[in-house]
Write a protein that binds this ligand. Structure first.
Ligand code: C2E
Ligand code: CA
Ligand code: CA
Ligand code: CA
Length: 372
């Protein structure tokens, strides 16, 4: 399964031509989906031939392809399944290699994976989780926790970040790091995201003095109708748009700079604020940042953690300085010690978030904290 910039027919043909050259004599090469290919061949009983071929394919795709006047980079995720001749049906072999291919994708793409039976067990668990998640969304069993955002100089709470929580019946709490990606790939992210946004906006009305941040996942952001449903929820809940901040992650922005820019413009047109989340976890560049009009940047926890290490501290300082040079206010997330809080304030962050100040809590507790 290939991925890259533009999967037009020309590109598919160029990839197919390359594969045709690489495959052993007597092998069958088929295009089995938009950008998915299957190669079937007989070998002498060892895995080596298939692994070697997979490696050659990955090597071949490392080189940029020239398509007309464009140079494009393509990668591939490869799944391999093998069986003694006749022991496993053709369809089962294709199913197994497909499963292995998805595992390769999940493991970070541009790699190969050999099918093994535990992958079937994983798949079943995942399906069960997906089913439960679907029910949780439909029956409103998801809840939101709110983590205080703290003014770096006064230490007053100026806002909260809404974080989704799921207590899976019979299993206990499941981390959003686990179920958000599943919601993404199973088409549930839309209804999950809508629930989160609506609930956060409704709850925000109790706290006129706070700004409420809501995480938006790539699957939501990618939807051209996203702006429409934000507008709809704002109207429905009658919340002042400028009290809502939508957080989007750096990863998505880098993959789709053009679309990100357009979406941000439209969202800002509604009056909401847009923040860049997890900054510093990927390949940020100042060139990018300038054009997007982010209202805020959130420094990733992985960077904040490095404050005691000389080299990491320099990186951290440079990253904050970069954001500040664009006049964009900066939040430091994942503050766990007083030392980190002091350092991040010193580096120029105007807002702090982390267990040192407060963990994510119920909305009732936030209300109590405001009354103190
Ligand atoms: P995030 O947006 O970076 O959210 C911050 C995460 O760091 C939260 O984890 C929060 O509980 C945790 N955290 C805050 N302070 C500290 C600290 O001092 N130390 C440590 N170790 N962790 C801290 P959580 O709630 O498990 O969420 C994980 C990720 O899941 C979030 O990362 C976000 O990407 C995603 N997520 C959570 N809620 C939602 C949601 O409603 N919608 C979407 N699309 N994604 C969500
Ligand atoms: Ca693909
Ligand atoms: Ca966030
Ligand atoms: Ca973050």
């Amino acid at each position: 399964d290939s991925y890259g910039h533009g999967t037009g027919d020309q590109l598919i043909r160029a990839v197919a031509a390359g594969l045709a050259v690489l495959i052993p004599q007597g092998a069958v090469l088929a295009r089995i989906g938009g950008d998915e290919f299957a190669i079937a061949f007989l070998s002498d009983g060892e895995n080596a031939a298939a692994l070697q071929l997979a490696e050659q394919i990955l090597d071949f795709l490392v080189e940029p392809l020239e398509i007309g006047r464009r140079v494009v980079v393509v990668g591939a995720s490869i799944g391999i399944a093998m069986s003694p001749l006749g022991a496993v049906g053709r369809e089962e072999l294709v199913r197994r290699s497909d499963l292995a291919m998805y595992k390769a994708k999940e493991a970070g793409r541009a790699r190969m994976m050999l099918y093994d039976p535990s992958m079937d067990a994983d798949r079943e668990q995942r399906n069960a989780l997906e089913l439960d998640l679907r029910m949780a969304i439909e029956s409103g069993d998801l809840t939101l926790a709110y983590q205080p955002l703290i003014d770096a100089s006064t230490h007053a709470m100026t806002g909260v970040e809404a974080l989704v929580r799921w207590n899976r019946p019979g299993h206990g709490p499941v981390s959003p790091e686990l179920f958000i990606p599943i919601a993404e790939t199973s088409g549930l992210i839309e209804s999950l995201g809508l629930f989160v946004l609506r609930k956060a906006c409704e709850t925000a009305k109790q706290w006129p003095e706070l700004n409420v941040s809501v995480n938006v996942s790539p699957g939501q952001f990618r939807n051209p109708a996203f702006t429409d449903y934000v507008r709809y929820v704002l109207k429905q809940t009658e919340i002042e748009a400028d009290r809502i901040t939508l957080e989007i992650t750096e990863g998505y922005m880098i993959q789709n700079p053009q679309r990100t820019r357009q979406s941000i413009e439209r969202l800002k047109g509604l009056g909401v604020k847009v923040a860049l989340d997890d900054f510093g976890s990927g390949f940020s560049s100042i060139g990018y940042l300038r054009q997007f009009g982010f209202d805020r940047i959130k420094i990733d926890r992985s960077l904040v953690m490095g404050v005691n290490d000389k080299r990491q501290r320099e990186m951290l300082q440079a990253t904050v300085a970069l954001a500040r040079s664009l006049d964009i206010p900066v939040t430091a997330e994942g503050i766990e010690t007083e030392e980190q809080a002091i350092a991040m304030r010193l580096f120029g962050c105007d807002c702090l978030q982390g267990y040192w100040f407060a963990k994510p809590v119920t909305s009732d507790l936030i209300t109590e904290m405001l009354q103190e």
